[in-house]
Design a protein around this ligand. Structure first.
Ligand SMILES: CC(C)(COP(=O)(O)OP(=O)(O)OC[C@H]1O[C@@H](n2cnc3c(N)ncnc32)[C@H](O)[C@@H]1OP(=O)(O)O)[C@@H](O)C(=O)NCCC(=O)NCCS
Length: 183
């Protein structure tokens, strides 16, 4: 069963294979791999540095220079295979309110259309709740059918369209109605 895990050096080989898949797709590649040089990261020490940087982005002090807010990145993995990644931004800025929202995600091209993004977002919503986010803002291009379906399957309700992007709010588990116990 796939699960959310913290970024880890253990998945270096699979991470590099996933990045190669993203690059094969050409542009636009997801932002999180645009500054990743797969050739450099084959070196275990360099990869450990990359993983440390991604983990550090969870704090104000470790944010990357172009980031607006701290961000928790988690990997969706099954055994030693990296399937996707999801990033939860701790808070919103005026810009993130328009484009980006709280959560961004990608599934590696070779693992798409198997329900991974839907399951990965479902698994991430309790993490967002634990970070103090009661309702997540999710945005996606109007043309991104797959992402729309992923968000709607996770309880997202459309609250508007801005600059060609759909804006959804989705409750995190603390807000979900309790499941009635019948037993
Ligand atoms: C969007 C993305 C994360 C979806 O990942 P995925 O693992 O393939 O998604 P799922 O398998 O959970 O599919 C969700 C739904 O979308 C449908 N779907 C998946 N890819 C699709 C496509 N290319 N066209 C139309 N529908 C698609 C699936 O059939 C499924 O429908 P269902 O719920 O009716 O069965 C993936 O395509 C991706 O990484 N894209 C690039 C990055 C991106 O767009 N991220 C989101 C930014 S808002």
């Amino acid at each position: 069963m796939p699960e959310l895990i913290d970024p880890t050096v253990r998945l270096r080989t699979s991470f590099l294979a996933a990045v190669a898949e993203f690059h094969e797709l050409g542009h636009p590649v997801p932002w999180f791999v645009t500054d990743v040089d797969p050739a450099a990261l084959t070196d275990p020490t360099a990869f450990a540095g990359y993983v440390a940087r991604v983990l550090a982005e969870r704090t104000e002090a470790g944010m990357r220079p172009d980031a607006a807010v701290p961000m928790t990145t988690l990997w969706w993995a099954e055994g030693d295979r990296l399937l996707g990644r999801i990033a939860i931004r701790r808070r919103l800025t005026p810009r993130l309110r328009r484009v980006g929202g709280h959560i961004g995600y990608d599934v590696r091209p070779g693992a798409r259309r198997r329900g991974h993004a839907t399951a990965m977002l479902a698994a991430a919503l309790p993490v967002a709740a634990a970070l103090g986010i009661t309702e997540v803002l999710l945005t996606c291009d109007e043309s991104n059918t797959a992402s729309r379906l992923v968000i709607e399957a996770n309880g997202g309700r459309l609250v508007g369209v801005e600059e060609g992007r759909l804006r959804y709010l989705a409750p995190t588990p603390a807000q979900l109605p309790e499941i009635r116990k019948t037993g």
